[in-house]
Design a protein around this ligand. Structure first.
Ligand SMILES: CC(C)(COP(=O)(O)OP(=O)(O)OC[C@H]1O[C@@H](n2cnc3c(N)ncnc32)[C@H](O)[C@@H]1OP(=O)(O)O)[C@@H](O)C(=O)NCCC(=O)NCCS
Length: 310
């Protein structure tokens, strides 16, 4: 079967809706939503970043989609893709990856492409490895119940907690975020725009964005998030998330990570949620052991495939 992916710089609202429905159908089948939060935000809100959308249709129905982000000159282009469960094993995935490689090659002289697969499915691995990609990074989703015990946060060294205040705390938060995530491939690079975009989301709740201060200096934070209540796009029960947790290197060793985690979990429990999830790099042994000690265990896995450079 010959499959051609159409290429667009912009999508109509109806196409965006079809892509989100396609992603929802794949999520129901695979048990993992195939697009990242970043891509969903971009689809819903647009923005000034030039992304390329690749679309495959069958009889007018949108059955395959790839999002190619060509804005990162440091790590090179990245892509995510999904094929409708009833249209798989007909070469659509392969043709979307090949089209994404073509887009990436035009944007990046080294011909690099990073491919994210949400859920560690054999189909994604077989497709990516078969086209010359290799596994590079593995991200765990961890979960725990909020019915189980959450310890009382223990704050040492005069540290106090308070909620984030919009219009006041943005710059200080960006500073600590970049110091806490200095070696993180994505989180440490956030700029004001990245923060403001999320503050505009319907789920944003400053009361659940906890800041830890010592002598009026921000030294850590726990930004929680609630999925599935306000935005009407989720088809599952509400669930809390440890969205971003960071401690400034100057305050490591005080037990602040544990105290902030506990305070955030207690906040999520006060919102009547019964479960909480988070993402952590499989290679981040320190964070994994913190979360394991706080009762989390692995729920699912996301894999980053990279294309060998030519
Ligand atoms: C992964 C995905 C995109 C594959 O789409 P697809 O249209 O079924 O893939 P193709 O038909 O183009 O398959 C290309 C090759 O991938 C491999 N492959 C795909 N699905 C497979 C499966 N279930 N088991 C084993 N190999 C598989 C095969 O080598 C196949 O070639 P073949 O059919 O000639 O044997 C699709 O399953 C999907 O949308 N999954 C959820 C989202 C996701 O994981 N995206 C990340 C992709 S890296």
């Amino acid at each position: 079967m010959i499959v051609t992916a159409e290429r667009f710089d912009r999508l109509t609202p109806a196409e965006v809706q079809s892509i989100l429905e396609l992603a929802g159908a794949a999520s129901d089948t695979d048990g993992a939503f195939p697009l990242s939060e970043h891509v969903v935000l971009h689809l819903r809100h647009g923005g000034d970043e030039p992304s390329v959308h690749l679309v495959v249709r069958d009889d007018g129905q949108l059955v395959g989609y790839a999002h190619v982000d060509v804005t990162d000159p440091v790590d090179g282009p990245s892509a995510e893709l999904v094929v409708h469960p009833q249209h798989r094993r007909h070469g659509l995935g392969r043709s979307l990856v090949k089209a994404a490689v073509q887009v990436a090659t035009e944007a990046d002289p080294a011909g690099r492409l990073r491919l994210w697969a949400h859920g560690d499915h054999p189909s994604a691995s077989a497709l990516a490895l078969g086209l010359g990609f290799s596994r590079s990074r593995v991200l765990w989703q961890m979960r725990r119940s909020l019915f189980a015990d959450v310890p009382e946060p223990v704050l040492k060294d005069g540290v106090t907690l308070r909620p984030f205040v919009p219009g006041q705390d943005e710059e200080a938060w960006l500073r600590v975020n970049s110091r806490a995530f200095k070696d993180h491939p994505e989180q440490g690079k956030w700029e004001l725009r990245d923060l403001l975009l999320r503050m505009k989301e319907p789920w944003f709740d400053p009361q659940g964005f906890l800041l830890a201060e010592r002598a009026s200096e921000l030294v850590g934070f726990h930004w929680t998030k609630v999925h599935g209540t306000l935005d009407g796009e989720h088809h599952h029960d509400p669930i809390g998330e440890v969205y971003v947790l960071g401690v400034d290197p100057s305050a490591h060793g005080l037990g602040l990570g544990k105290a902030l985690t506990a305070a955030g979990l207690r906040y999520l429990r006060s919102r009547c949620l019964d479960q909480v999830m988070l993402y952590v790099d499989e290679s981040n042994v320190a964070a994994r052991s913190l979360y394991t000690s706080m009762g989390f265990s692995r729920w699912s896995t996301d894999v980053l495939f990279v294309r060998a450079q030519y």
